[in-house]
Design a protein around this ligand. Structure first.
Ligand SMILES: [Zn+2]
Ligand SMILES: [Zn+2]
Length: 415
């Protein structure tokens, strides 16, 4: 479930209600659109209320890490997946709740800003181990990892820090949301000793959404990771606080009702595995067609969804398109009006390459144990819009017959 966040408009200060995944933020008061950067984990406060006359030095915030996304992992001869949506305490303390339960979803959160009174307890448990416990996948991330887990990747993730407001009174620690007694102050001494004020660098950052090339307004939806300029037909992706232009193409359809879905077309090099061309890859897949040396000069590229979708459907459509990509006509620079928003960034798509490879190759028992030796280095990442024909229950890519359940697509929007 998504979090709801109260944010002030960076342009006029009016209050706006956001969802955790929102990037493009439109203010209904000043009508300015800003883009929220995703460079660091978001930090939010639960809405606590401190008792009247409480000294500022008695107020503090305890960090919990929140994770939401899909994990793919290669275990034995199988590619498995799991959806994670959970929170977990980010410090070592036995006497306070290990998780926030439903609180983050049930309440309005606000971003941490440097003017918040009180001190912030520093996270002491490394994010990786908090995550492994929270997701109940210690066998994937722990010290003594299961030896038959050959690969793992976390895709479409959001990691945020949620702070629980607490206070000290008469030697005890209290929860400032429901005023329950948590524990004796002594048990928190070490954490309180190193607590400090919020930092300006923790605050959310925004950039303007004017096209860097022509100055026109960029278009997108609330969760778009890629914005486009309808005026000069360019596509932009944020990186290091600036919009960078993106190479893109569209495969056209003869059907006027086609729905265009975005994919990342990634060409890459591999070390440790001999996988130079599309022909090399097809020999590993061993499809029931005779292709000889026809694709030995074709560079290998993978087609990964540029949108969030449940993990099973994600792997399935990436596998179908990547294997049968030779059936796709050449793309053109032709902007589509009804394109689906890009809400999965290219770095996450690159992370998914090994899982798609593992899911598509034949002879898994023999080859998957060699997966850890393989290093993937992406060379080029292009946005490719592919036409899908809408059927009553699914969407079918007309050239390759790759299929996505309509329900999987709807579900992906709320992931
Ligand atoms: Zn505004
Ligand atoms: Zn432009």
């Amino acid at each position: 479930m998504e979090l709801t966040i109260d944010q002030n408009c960076p342009s006029c200060g009016a209050s706006i209600v956001l969802q955790e995944d929102d990037r493009l933020i439109r203010c209904t008061y000043c009508d300015v659109r800003n883009y929220r950067l995703e460079s660091a984990a978001g930090r939010y406060l639960l809405p606590g209320r401190f008792p009247a006359n409480l000294d500022e030095s008695a107020m503090f915030y305890t960090p919990y890490l929140r994770f939401k996304g899909s994990i793919f992992y290669v275990h034995g001869a199988e590619v498995k997946h799991k959806i994670v949506d959970t929170s977990r305490l980010g410090i070592e303390a036995d006497n306070i709740p290990i998780s926030l339960g439903l609180r983050p979803q049930a309440m309005r959160l606000s971003p941490v800003v440097s003017t918040v009174a009180g001190s912030f307890i520093r996270q002491t448990v490394p994010t990786k181990s908090v995550f492994a416990q929270a997701a109940m996948v210690t066998e994937l991330f722990g010290e003594r990892r299961d030896r038959s887990v050959y690969h793992r990747a976390f895709i479409g993730e959001t990691i945020s820090l949620i702070y629980q407001p607490c206070y000290v009174r008469a030697g005890s620690i209290f929860d400032a949301v429901d005023y329950q007694l948590l524990c004796n102050e002594k048990l928190f001494e070490n954490h309180l000793a190193v607590a400090g004020p919020g930092k300006a660098s923790w605050e959310p950052r925004f950039i303007s959404t004017l096209c860097p090339k022509c100055g026109g307004p960029l278009a997108g939806e609330r969760d778009s990771r890629v914005l486009d300029c309808p005026n000069c037909e360019t596509y932009w992706q944020e990186s290091e606080g600036r919009f960078q232009s993106l190479a893109w193409q569209t495969v056209e359809s003869a059907e006027s009702t086609a729905r265009y879905l975005p994919f990342w077309r990634i060409t890459f090099e591999t070390k440790g595995w001999s996988l130079k061309s599309y022909g090399d890859y097809l020999r590993l897949v061993n499809p029931p067609i005779v292709f000889g040396d026809r694709f030995d000069a074709t560079p290998l590229s993978f087609l990964i969804p540029a949108f969030k979708i449940n993990p099973k459907a994600f792997l399935q459509v990436a596998a179908q398109l990547t294997v049968s990509q030779w059936k796709l006509p050449e793309g053109k620079k032709c902007r589509v009006g009804n394109g689906y928003p890009v809400n999965l960034g290219q770095n996450e798509a690159i992370e998914a390459i090994k899982s798609v490879l593992a899911a598509t190759i034949a002879n898994k028992k023999e080859r998957l144990p060699m997966l850890p030796e393989m290093v993937v280095e992406a060379e080029q990442c292009k946005l490719l819009y592919l036409p899908f024909i809408e059927q009553p229950h699914d969407l079918i890519q007309e050239h390759t017959m790759a299929t996505i359940l309509s329900a999987a697509l709807r579900y992906g929007r709320s992931l």
